[in-house]
Design a protein around this ligand. Structure first.
Ligand code: 13P
Ligand code: SF4
Length: 333
């Protein structure tokens, strides 16, 4: 029924894009998306805009309209490189703030201002100041999943893809690493640097248990288990590989496991299944409600109305930018 309402020329123009999505979006559903994809591609040209999409975005965004996709680190690096006038960040608020910190003169839009993150919400700038009082002289390493206000109180940022390299680059025996308790404990297991952690948790990854993995292995013999380091150390210990979302992508592309499960947000598996239809993806995943606030109609509206533009007070932006730029200077391990 939806197909009848969509002009035939739109469907013809969008056919090459559907090719990338046909393994994960049934033909019946595609017309609903096709019209927004078509409009967004035209708006991108009109606004000289680039769309950066996190690996957790849904396939119609990830494969349909994004120019650049990746993990938080890749999105930060690419945000720093782009010569577009407008950046639309399809991800959560801290990612849009990071893009704005690196592009103070560009317009950075997020389609939904409520797209938050339980980790970013777990700590404030005042908390960081208290930690510094409690541990004088100990450098503060902030996960990028923090507000600009928290980054402004930090010495350097890190992501799940470079956390160990960042911590070891400081050449100190002890660091404060915030706000993700599990990421801190997982990194502490790999390094001699003493890590003082905060008690933040990712509401998506904390739900996975080692028992889930044992059940998966029993039910799906030979399955390869990839887990994000925001999972508990017990889950990480039960997995075959742990890495950032990009690390998991690369693992699948390089090793091509016949049967694989990603212990992370749901859309990652859909996006990878679209790219690797010959591999079997198990899907015991959890949704990130914040990432799912970003939709094609929302992106279209963002580009039509140029909302919601990210603004950061200069008093916060200057020190926060320094912490992000210091991170980008660290060489990967
Ligand atoms: P990555 O940097 O690994 O993409 O992780 C971001 C995130 O929010 C994971 O929950
Ligand atoms: Fe934040 Fe977790 Fe959602 Fe990532 S998956 S954005 S860490 S709540």
């Amino acid at each position: 029924m939806a197909a009848a309402a969509i002009p035939a020329d739109v469907l013809t123009r969008m056919a090459p894009i559907y090719e990338r999505l046909r393994h994960v979006i049934p033909p019946f559903d595609w017309p609903v998306f096709a019209e927004d994809v078509d409009a967004i591609l035209a708006l991108k040209q009109k606004r000289n805009a680039v769309i950066l999409a996190h690996n957790y975005q849904t396939p119609e965004i990830f494969h349909g309209v994004a120019d650049i996709v990746g993990d938080s680190l890749a999105l930060a690096r690419e945000a720093a490189r782009t010569d577009a006038d407008v950046i639309v960040l399809c991800g959560v608020h801290f990612m849009a703030e990071t893009a704005k910190l690196l592009n103070p003169d560009k317009t950075v839009l997020i389609p939904d201002l409520e797209a938050g993150c339980s980790l970013a919400a777990s700590i404030t700038g005042a908390d960081v100041r208290l930690l510094r009082q409690r541990y004088p002289g100990v450098p503060v390493v902030s996960y990028v999943n923090t507000s600009a206000e928290v980054k402004a109180e930090s010495d350097i940022c890190c992501t799940s893809g470079n956390a160990r390299a960042v911590i070891e680059s400081l050449g100190v025996p002890r660091v404060i690493m915030l706000p993700d308790e599990y990421l801190a404990r997982n990194i502490a297991a790999q390094t001699r640097v003493d890590i003082i952690a905060w008690h933040g948790r990712c509401e998506v990854h904390e739900r996975f248990t080692a028992e889930d993995i044992h059940r998966l292995r029993a039910g799906h013999p030979g399955v390869i288990v990839l887990a994000h380091p925001e999972c508990s150390p017990e889950v990480v210990a039960a997995a075959d590989f742990t890495g950032s979302t990009q690390g998991m992508n690369d693992y699948v592309a390089q090793k091509r496991p016949a049967r694989v499960v990603l212990i992370t947000e749901c859309s990652m598996s859909d996006n990878l299944a679209a790219q690797h239809p010959d591999l079997e993806f198990m899907r015991p995943c959890n949704l990130c409600p914040h990432m799912k606030r970003i939709t094609l109609p929302g992106i279209r509206r963002a580009l039509e109305t140029m909302t919601h533009a990210i603004e950061i007070d200069a008093a916060i932006a200057i020190p926060a930018r320094r912490a992000v730029e210091r991170m980008l200077e660290v060489k990967p391990r």
